[in-house]
Ligand binder design. Sequence first.
Ligand code: SF4
Length: 291
Amino acid sequence: MSHIFTTGIGTGTKTKPYKVTRDWITSKVISGLEGLPLYSEPATTHRASMFSVCPRQSVIRTRESYTSHQTASSTMYTSIGNVIHDLIQTSLFRSGLLLWKEYKAEMTVGNTKFTGSCDAIIIDPITYDLSVIDIKTTGAIPSKPKVSYQKQIAFYGLLLGIRSMNILYVSRNVGMPEPKIKNFTVDESYIEEVALDMAVTACLQVNELPNRLKTKSSCTYCPLISRCWNDVMIYEPKSLTESTVRNSELVSQRILDTMKTRRKKTIHKILKYSNNNIDLLEKHYSIILNK
Ligand code: SF4
């Protein structure tokens, strides 16, 4: 008997072959990549990634429970992004620039807590400049970084007391002979913007919400879009009062005034817990501290 396997479903004496493409395998794989709906209690902190996109969304997240859902595409983008992050961090280490990867930082203003984790802190071995690095994976590399990305890295800069900030865009379309990677330096003025956003959030009175983004078209990916623009909340939302705006300006200056102390704290933490390049930090401590 010959060992030829026939793929098919038998119906009586006739055999129907499966479709060669087997579409059902594709659909099973896609549904397997989709995450289960995730129900979360209200957030307890404002995380850099969401806060930098929209402080109002971040505040609503701290007041209400929500359900999120990961699509098959977002699962894949996240996984690809994680691999690229690891590669770039390893490369920064091999190049002798890395001081710390995945640095977790936090700041509490009044009763409001802000947290974030930056991809890397590096040191220039010639000038001893410290710099915060955020890695972004993308398709085509844009001509300039998104404003929300610039605010996100400014958030880290503020928390760490480091004014030099760089966004490394890395294309997923690798590119030959060199991968497509572009560095953008972020203007320090974003630090002041973020400090004011934090101050407004910390000074909010009952039911007040930060302003909406300037245009609804910027809200395309926000799951709260219809509720937010129609004021449908579980409470009666209020706009910012004049006293909140006034208090915020004072508080934002106080936040900025903590930057020198924060820089010192960051350097001490690196000296205590990191093994990467700390000889440079130790040797040139006072220069690096006062830059
Ligand atoms: S809809 Fe727009 S303004 Fe409202 S919370 Fe979402 S991103 Fe912010």
